[in-house]
Write a protein that binds this ligand. Structure first.
Ligand code: WQD
Length: 335
């Protein structure tokens, strides 16, 4: 079996990707420092697949530990999720984000060069586009100056990888996620509620569960169908499967360039009010919310042009917004 390293493999998207990798027949090695996860996620992965991934509690900022890992493990590919990802937190603590998201990427890429490893999948984000001029957003849309240090680390990360491909014979794919939501159908893994949720869906499910008083809808004066902001909400299991498709493209040398970028979304935009209505429908629960002012840094609308991933990766989403919201709700009820 080909051995694949998944950094951040106990995180929200990482854990769902580990499950899909194991079910696709890969041997998985996880590195995770549990900064934004819990060791119980490892047991949940085993409960779903019946296969124990090997796990190392390594902080990728520890250069020596990263070197030792690559000395002792022969791997065929790396899927790199480990990073800090809260937009608001990144504004307050930029240096934490540049250290955790950039220096760790450099250490990983140096080890891949040293050991002549070449298959690298990078967790990027549609944040790199800012407010795109044209919708749906294609991979050729220009990136815009980042609105946050978090978004900047994704832009810089892509540049670092592109240069490494040019100079060091690395083959890499950056997947630009739209908005990941939902949970596994078993409700054994999902988006862990660590702290006050920054993202919409965890806040919705915690409000419906009575953990939060009410949801604040950040603005209803956007130039959209109902005034609330539009996003492309993709089921995390569909997103995980996109990583398998990208990995197989590299393992089979089907990539057309050494560095490739793919948007990973559903291609459909949903407003905040549409999401609330869909959630109330699938959960049969009334949601307590109020309209407040816009959140600083938010864009009006973003949804993916999914053509390239479909044509080149042979991947497209299979699950609906309703299925993702119901899975998120079932996960919440299990907490
Ligand atoms: C979605 C919509 C909010 C909370 C960011 C990052 C992206 C990725 C996902 C990490 C917006 C509205 C939200 C709330 C609300 N990051 N909202 N009330 O900002 O599109 O994307 O998170 O993986 O890279 O940029 O996601 O879920 O925060 O917001 O009205 O309590 O919901 O204004 O329109 P966002 P989000």
């Amino acid at each position: 079996m080909k051995k694949i390293l998944v950094t951040g493999g106990l995180g929200f998207i990482g854990s769902h990707t580990v499950v899909e990798l194991q079910q696709a027949g890969y041997e998985v090695v996880i590195i995770d420092n549990l900064y934004n996860s819990k060791i119980e996620v490892l047991e949940s992965i085993i409960a779903i697949t019946g296969v124990k991934p090997s796990y190392s509690n390594i902080d990728l900022r520890n250069k020596i530990a990263v070197e030792d890992f690559f000395k002792n493990n022969t791997i065929e590919g790396v899927i790199h999720f480990a990073a800090s990802k809260a937009v608001g937190e990144s504004v307050k603590h930029p240096l934490l984000y540049y250290e955790n998201n950039i220096s760790t990427l450099v250490y990983l890429l140096k080890e891949m060069k040293k050991h002549k490893l070449s298959n690298f999948i990078f967790s990027s984000s549609c944040t790199v586009y800012g407010q795109a001029d044209e919708l749906p957003i294609t991979e050729n849309a220009p990136t815009k100056p980042a609105e946050s240090p978090y978004g900047n680390t994704k832009q810089i990360g892509e540049e670092i990888i592109k240069e490494s491909c040019k100079a060091n014979g690395l083959k890499a794919i950056a997947l630009r996620y739209f908005n990941p939501i939902g949970a596994h159908e078993t409700a054994l893994i999902g988006e862990l509620p660590l702290g006050v949720p920054q993202n919409l869906i965890p806040f919705v499910t915690q409000t419906a569960a009575g953990i939060r008083e009410e949801l604040s809808v950040f603005g209803d004066d956007y130039p959209t169908k109902d005034g609330t902001a539009v996003r492309d909400y993709i089921h995390v299991v569909d997103l995980a499967k996109a990583h398998i498709a990208a990995l197989e493209r590299l393992l089979k040398n089907n990539n057309k360039k050494d560095f490739e970028v793919f948007n990973v979304g559903t291609g459909t935009g949903s407003s905040v009010l549409e999401v609330i209505q869909a959630f109330e429908k699938v959960s049969k629960t009334k949601l307590n919310y109020k309209i407040v002012g816009r959140r600083a840094g938010d864009i009006t609308s973003a949804y993916a042009d999914t053509t390239l991933a479909k044509v080149e990766l042979g991947w497209e989403t299979e699950k609906t917004l309703d299925e993702a919201l119901l899975a998120a709700w079932q996960w919440q009820l299990k907490q």
